[in-house]
Write a protein of this length. Sequence first.
Length: 534
Amino acid sequence: MNARRSLRATAIASAALLAGLPVGTGPAARDLRLPARSTEPVQITAAYTCAFPSGTYDAEVTVSASFPATVAPGEPVQAEKLSVRTALPAAAAADLPDAGEADVDSVTSAATLSAGVTRGGDPVAAWEAEVTAPATPVVEGEPLVLEHRGQAEPVTLPDAGEVLFTPGALHLDVRGDAEAPGAGPETSPDSTPGPGAAGPASGGTESAPGGAAESPAAEPGTRAPAATCTPRDGQVPALAAVRVTAGPPPSATPGGRPPGPSGSASPEARGEADGAGPRAQESPAAPQEPVTVPVDGCPGMPPADGLDRGLLPEPPPGANVLESEGSPSCTFPVGYSNVKKQRGAMVLNDPQAAPRLSSLRIFVRSVSGPDGYIEANHVGAIDMPPATSTFLGFDFMPVTATVELTSLTPATIVTVVPRTGERLKATVGYQLALRVAEAKVNGTPLPVGSQCRTAEPIDVRLRGGSPHYDILQGGLLEGAIDIPAFTGCGAGEDLDPLFTAAISGPDNYLKLNQGPLCQKNPCEEVVLPELPER
């Protein structure tokens, strides 16, 4: 197996679990986070090929920026702290316009970086950033490193889902600076083009990059870019992933105000009203009405005798036990799954896509005992849809995977109040199988075969309790799972070791938000819960 195939296979193996396990977390959310979705700066470095007037040269381009983790539909995606570092070899530096002139000892640069915005490999928008580099010394025989900084155009994404931002072509316009006697160029590393500063693609009147003084004699459009740089072999890592959700943007107050007309949070929620900071002293806004989804009854019920007796606690001496057919109900469970080896998480049963209902028989077994002991047992049929997700394997490779999840056993749900005055405790246990249905790496299909799956059942164990959970109103459940080895992966070659090495192992934390139960017969609408906080 060659190195490139191994890398692609290992990356998609990581995507399999990220796309589809049930969810929850350990204490303090165990740093659950979506891969490369962060307000902290993210960075990629890629090999580029730059076409200069007299030849073509290799270059190294490093792009860094911070992106919002999630936005609401219609809310602009604004990249912050954008920098584009362009490292040119000495031969290319000598080929720049003006660089060889005797009175030129430094250059300034204006550049335009284009990027693709894609969802599942399909383009959905264009992204462009204009950046400038301050005066940089030109030393004969030495490489030239241009440190560009600037502003990216905001991108508005109307549809829910996850998108990737991938840098593309870079157009450079480099000018020589002749230092006047007794004066140096007035530039700042943090300078960005002002409203009148036009990059090489703007067609407007050009002002000096980086804030340096420049004669107005230069006519717009009289000079082509010094170089056009493109990713070598058409390959460049994705820079960031941003999730578009129909809920309020992350900066909205908890349970707070609905988005403004454009889909962004209101000024009060964003803490921007009248230029002030967060409005912490205001009275909290009224909670939004819960979102309900019309349904045509609950799906197939689990068997009343489907309890895993090995998961039931031992009743206290003298307890009374009553068993029945239980009461049918259904709910939406939504949340995230975390993979320890990949330090990432993905959405499960996405409420913005086509979430599936899970059915329950509640109170199939009830136990009452001394000192106020109360136990109730419930059976659930957990049904999750196939999950297709895109993430950045190894923090740079776009990977799209579809996985299928199958519950091998009914879920046994136990709620217990040990004695009068104590809080309710809840546990959920069942077994799950995972199969990778299809996968793409950088848009290229990876033949995983039709039987790529975990070799053994996955034991799911979740815990919760009051005041954050009860069986009727739902709430948060947390846990951790051990991921077994994989088997049957690969068409024509054995990919089992790669899948196993990438994701199998212990302590993969889970987080699930169960919605309130619908107990009507027939059920006509069900509350759709929000994704839990990561």
